[in-house]
Design a protein around this ligand. Structure first.
Ligand code: S3P
Length: 427
């Protein structure tokens, strides 16, 4: 499709879509809890709908009246063998977290997804779950999907030092650990998003967190809750950057979730000299607020170390931001970008360079030389929602030529109303 280009003066208010990570987990906790869970502001993007369908396939009654999702949980033992293989679509969170849940169920489940899922590494989840007593296998003796998992009611607890900083891996192990008999200890490589830990407490369970060390006793039972999902800062990020780099702009983003394990992009914007205000508002379950950005002069910075997991999904749009900053920005310690929906290190460098950016891909990140004007080009999302949205924000700066995006449909994975929301800002 041809992207919107050559825009100035983006002004307005956006209610960003609901948080993807929290939406997935609200279905999962609703399914394993006893009693009814209601979910308001559930994200009806392709990924979270894959989770919803997967739990229906596992025998959980889930209703959607168009406003509220109701999950009728019957505890872990309410999960029943699926008649067919579960299709997770493009969703890494669905496949990895569901494996932790299925590790404690005494039956076999097959899991598959799209082309991208077939290339996502799964040993990071399969190895710890196998050591707890589950039997997980990849396709053709590899670690890649389609996968088969046979769970057991006799899961052993685990003491595990994580080799990667990953909330998906941590969450899969936590879901298994809450079904095991005894105490599990998980040590994180870096602190990652803690929505699973929050929901364990919210649904009446217990967990102890001391910095990067997590202790959890099993078995545990959970009680159905009323959940209201806040807006997703990872979706807000596209409009934060649009407001900062498009001349004469001022954009307000309402009800954005502000869990501190997710707000690295706010720190980066401030360090680069961007004008951003954060006004906290009351939210039922999570910290949330209004973020306002104004067009700013930016400078290059270095981004690495423990901040990386706090902005891992925002790095493609942060790279675009850096193309409009004076000087060099270095992103390091971000090798995980290579195993996201696509290799985001290569995709960002290749596609933005086609538009006139000066970006060097490295083994663990990107070196971005700013400030560069951008021009028209034929680009692709590689089927990755966040690459697609980043390229649309880049196209806004293009004064000459058009930007043609291949595989734009991927955007509906996390932000089905992205183009409608963008449209509101220049009407
Ligand atoms: C997620 C964790 C992150 C993130 C993904 C969502 C989650 O993945 O990139 O979009 O909901 O737990 P990793 O755990 O692989 O870093």
């Amino acid at each position: 499709m041809e992207l919107v280009s050559n825009k100035t003066a983006l002004n307005g208010i956006i209610n960003v879509p609901s948080d993807k990570s929290i939406s997935h987990r609200s279905i999962m906790f609703g399914a394993i809890a006893e009693g009814t869970t209601t979910i308001k502001n559930f994200l009806r993007g392709d990924d979270c709908l894959s989770t919803l369908k997967a739990f229906q396939d596992l025998g959980v009654k889930i209703e959607d009246d168009g406003t509220v999702i109701t999950v009728y949980g019957n505890g872990f033992s309410g999960l029943q063998p699926a008649n067919e293989a579960l299709n997770v679509g493009n969703s890494g969170t669905t496949i990895r977290l569901i494996m932790g849940i299925l590790a404690g169920r005494p039956f076999t489940t097959k899991l598959f997804g799209d082309h991208s899922i077939a290339k996502r590494p799964m040993n990071r989840v399969m190895l710890p779950l196998n050591s707890m007593g589950a039997v997980c296998q990849g396709h053709d003796h590899t670690e890649f999907p389609p996968l088969t998992i046979t769970g057991t009611e006799k899961l052993q607890p685990i003491a595990y030092e994580m080799p990667v900083a990953s909330a998906q891996v941590k969450s899969a192990i936590l879901f298994a650990a809450m079904q095991a008999h005894g105490e599990s200890v998980i040590i994180e490589k870096e602190k990652t998003r803690d929505h699973t830990e929050d929901m364990i407490r919210q649904f009446g369970g217990t967990i102890d967190v001391f910095g990067k060390e997590i202790r959890i006793q099993g078995p545990q039972t959970f009680i159905g809750q009323e959940i209201t999902v806040p807006g997703d800062i990872s979706s807000a990020a596209f409009f934060l950057v649009a407001g900062l780099i498009t001349p004469n702009s001022n954009i307000q983003l309402k009800n954005v979730g502000l869990n501190p394990t997710r707000t690295g992009i706010i720190d980066v914007i401030e360090q680069m000299g961007g004008t951003i205000t954060v006004e906290e508002t009351a939210h039922a379950d999570n910290k949330a607020g209004t973020l306002t950005v104004t067009t700013s002069q930016l400078n290059g910075i270095e981004i690495g170390g423990e901040i990386i997991p706090r902005l891992i999904d925002e790095l493609p749009i942060i790279a675009l931001l850096a193309t409009q900053a004076e000087g060099t920005t270095i992103i390091r310690d971000a090798e995980e970008l290579k195993v996201k929906e696509t290799n985001r290190i290569d995709a960002v460098a290749k596609e933005l360079n086609k538009m006139g950016a000066n970006i060097e891909p490295t083994e663990d990140g990107l070196i971005i030389h700013g400030k560069t004007p951008l021009h028209g080009a034929k680009v692709t999302s590689y089927g990755d929602h966040r690459i697609g949205m980043m390229l649309q924000i880049a196209a806004l700066l293009v004064k000459e030529g058009t930007v043609e995006l291949e595989k734009a449909e991927a955007i509906s994975v996390s932000y089905p109303s992205f183009f409608t929301d963008l449209n509101k800002l220049y009407q």
